[in-house]
Design a protein around this ligand. Structure first.
Ligand code: IVH
Length: 682
């Protein structure tokens, strides 16, 4: 084949593939089989590889991706990409409607649309071809993700229509249909990767994937709902939607013109009923004033138009069957009932488990095995059972009774008078409770051995390598290296893989070694004595000076310490009374942990003498406790809130905006941790 013949054939193939694409992905009326389509595409790709100079930027071969983007360029939007005000009730919609009538009178109509739950995109076409596609970003500028957008098969890469504006922008939503989402998550799980929480996150993640060939495999789709041109082409939004459809874009069937608020309400109800049957996620409807001139009249607030609003649906609920109730023991020993359900799709994911919270909640639902139950997914993470359809319950159905024994260690469960929570009293030997204690011990505010982390602690416990706090300091390099495990969350059934590689093991052993420098007050807090928080641990450490004095302290001595109440005193006595705890303290002492307070340089004199400081946010060089200690060591006093008496507000990253505002109002000096160091050095 010579170049001229190739050019002709490439043109034929391009036209045929574009047409098939449109029929298949936009109209859902395929005209050829998948096999025939694949054959045509294969022929095109082959020809293009033989004649690379003939490859068009918008050839249908771009659908399979291939371009790798290292960093997505940031592009300014020609027309700002606004967001929408949200409403959740009919009353709020009535207010919206009233505002509009007041501003523009009675002669107008609305267009109601689905609110697609995906990622907003703006796509510019120049001379009938995709020029660029940009995400919303902050509304003023976003990321250019053109190669990834070109993989969306329902989106025309070039337009056939004559007489279109030389340049225009279409806006719409990119989403992952449920089918593609489920397939993607199944693949993730079998590759031991973290699955996506919902289709929206999956779509957002896909758009930011560097390799467009991977994006092509995900099966993104889009609906368009906006047209932007320099000079207006149409008078109304509805006409623009019709035009977009006519030009070959995928536009939702469900847009509807409504004259009255009652028609809007009817639309909302109809769409809410339709929602479970849609093959993609929606989270509400959008209501827009149709006429562009009236839109202009109504104008905009800083972030959103006054001529449009969204109405958000409540969480989606579906019916399924209750197969069993199992019990999960938390880190504190609390026992949570979990419903095992006949798998059912809810808002794009397959739900197999749901939390039942506690015995009271379970009794309220009056659950029987094989009941038909209603499941709801709030927010998207943990599903819950919100009701039972007892009208279809078989006469001999068996009532679900709350467990009597701990599913982890078989100890009889206990329940405090007047409380809803059952708990396992075997706090020393019940595996999840051991885990809870160790997690607290290693946490940043306690011993700060967080490289170990939750998942890895679970591996160590389940392998019998550790069963209490003191065992941590006997860990050896060889014991840890190579351990690994995939852990499944009992409710979401999400899996995560944890492993101990060389570097991790080194980091863990270093962190353990470093933790021996942690002061007594934090070690005391780390022990996890019930009711003993950080502040009281500090006070007690200071008051008693060392652990032996504290262990020997009587009830009276304890309650004589300011702020130590009876409950806390009992808790402390009870803790140290147990031989297991005495042994752990002894072993931790032997390991070299600090069990007495460092002598303070009294009276405290220093560069910060007389200064009142408030700290806020996260610091780079110090933990919060370290920065507090530094200030106190240098004579400064720490207080919780900014007042007129405050000398300095030490600002870390992500500090509370309220504190900053207060400081600015009162003229309190705001300093960084570097400034603080400089002050001290002075
Ligand atoms: S119109 C100024 N129409 O909702 C008008 N937005 O909260 C803004 N969305 O960023 C957009 N479906 O991602 C519009 N039919 C629809 C929509 C829709 C979903 C999203 C869009 C936007 C967000 C606004």
């Amino acid at each position: 084949m010579n170049e001229q013949q190739a050019r002709t054939r490439i043109q034929e193939l391009t036209a045929a593939l574009n047409d098939h694409n449109y029929r298949y992905y936009v109209l859902a009326q395929p005209s050829v089989s998948d096999y025939e389509y694949d054959m045509l595409l294969e022929e095109l790709i082959k020809l293009e590889s033989q004649f690379p100079e003939l490859v068009d930027q918008n050839s249908p071969s771009q659908r399979v991706g291939g371009q790798v983007t290292k960093k997505f360029p940031v592009v300014r939007h020609k027309y700002p990409m606004l967001s929408l005000g949200n409403t959740y009730s009919k009353e709020e919609l009535q207010d919206f409607d009233q505002r509009i009538r007041k501003a523009i009178g009675e002669q107008f109509e609305y267009v109601c649309e689905l609110k697609f739950d995906g990622v907003a995109i703006g796509i510019t076409y120049a001379n009938g071809k995709i020029l660029r596609a940009v995400t919303r970003g902050d509304g003023m500028q976003g990321d250019e993700v053109t190669p990834n957008i070109k993989t969306i098969r329902s989106l025309p890469l070039s337009l056939k229509k004559e007489g279109l504006p030389a340049e225009f922008e279409v806006r719409g939503e990119v989403f992952l249909p449920h089918k593609s989402f489920l397939k993607l998550n199944q693949e993730k799980i079998s590759n031991e990767e973290e699955p996506f929480a919902n289709p929206r996150n999956a779509a957002a993640g896909s758009l930011k994937t560097q390799d467009s060939a991977l994006v092509a495999k995900r099966g993104l789709d889009s609906f368009l709902y906006g047209l932007f041109t320099d000079t207006p082409l149409f008078d109304t939004h509805y006409e623009s939607l019709r035009a977009l459809k006519d030009w070959g874009f995928k536009v939702s069937e469900f847009s509807k013109k409504c004259k009255t608020l009652n028609e809007v309400f009817l639309y909302i109800e109809t769409m809410e009923q339709l929602r479970p049957e849609l093959p993609f996620d929606i989270d509400g409807v959008v209501i827009k004033v149709n006429d562009y001139r009236q839109q202009e009249q109504l104008g905009y607030t800083a972030k959103s138009p006054r001529w449009a609003i969204s109405y958000k649906f409540k969480a989606e609920r579906v019916a399924t069957r209750l197969l069993d109730v199992i019990y999960q023991v938390g880190r504190t020993g609390a026992v949570t009932p979990v419903a095992v359900l006949k798998p059912v799709p809810v808002a794009g994911t397959i739900v197999k488990r749901a939390s039942l919270y506690n015995a009271d909640r379970m009794a309220e639902l009056d659950l029987h095995l094989l009941d038909e139950v209603y499941v709801e997914k709030g927010g998207d993470i943990i599903p819950k059972i919100i009701g039972v359809n007892d009208s279809v319950r078989p006469a001999n159905a068996q009532k679900v009774q709350f467990a009597t024994h701990c599913p982890e260690c078989d100890t009889p469960l206990a329940k405090s008078e007047g409380e809803a929570i059952h708990y396992c009293p075997n706090s020393e030997h019940c595996p999840p409770q051991i885990q809870g204690k160790i997690e607290h011990f290693i946490s940043r505010r306690a011993m700060d051995i967080e490289t170990l982390g939750q998942g890895r602690v679970e591996i160590l416990i389940s392998n019998g390598i550790i069963s209490n706090l003191a065992d941590l300091y006997d860990l050896k390099y060889e014991q840890l290296l190579g351990l690994e495990k995939t852990i499944t969350d009992p409710i979401t059934l999400k899996t995560k893989k944890f492993s101990f590689r060389e570097k991790t093991v080194e980091n863990i052993l270093n962190a353990l070694e470093n933790s021996k420098k942690v002061g007594f007050e934090r070690v005391l807090f780390a022990l996890g004595i019930r009711l003993l928080g950080e502040t009281m641990a500090r006070k007690l450490a200071k008051h008693f000076g060392n652990i032996d004095a504290l262990m020997k302290a009587s009830f009276e001595e304890l309650t004589s310490v300011p702020d130590v109440g009876e409950k806390m005193a009992f808790s402390i006595i009870d803790y140290f009374k147990q031989p297991g705890h005495q042994e752990i303290v002894q072993r931790l002492k032997n390991a070299g942990l600090k069990f007495e307070t460092q002598k303070e340089a009294e009276p405290r004199q220093g560069p910060l003498n007389g200064a009142n400081l408030v700290i806020s946010g996260v610091f780079t060089h110090y933990s919060r406790n370290e920065i507090k200690a530094l200030i106190e060591k240098n004579g400064g006093k720490i207080t919780g809130s900014v007042t007129s008496k405050t000398t300095y507000l030490v600002a870390g990253e992500n500090m509370g905006p309220e504190k900053r505002k207060k400081a600015e109002e009162l003229g309190v000096k705001i300093i960084s941790e570097d400034d603080l160091e400089a002050l001290i050095k002075q």
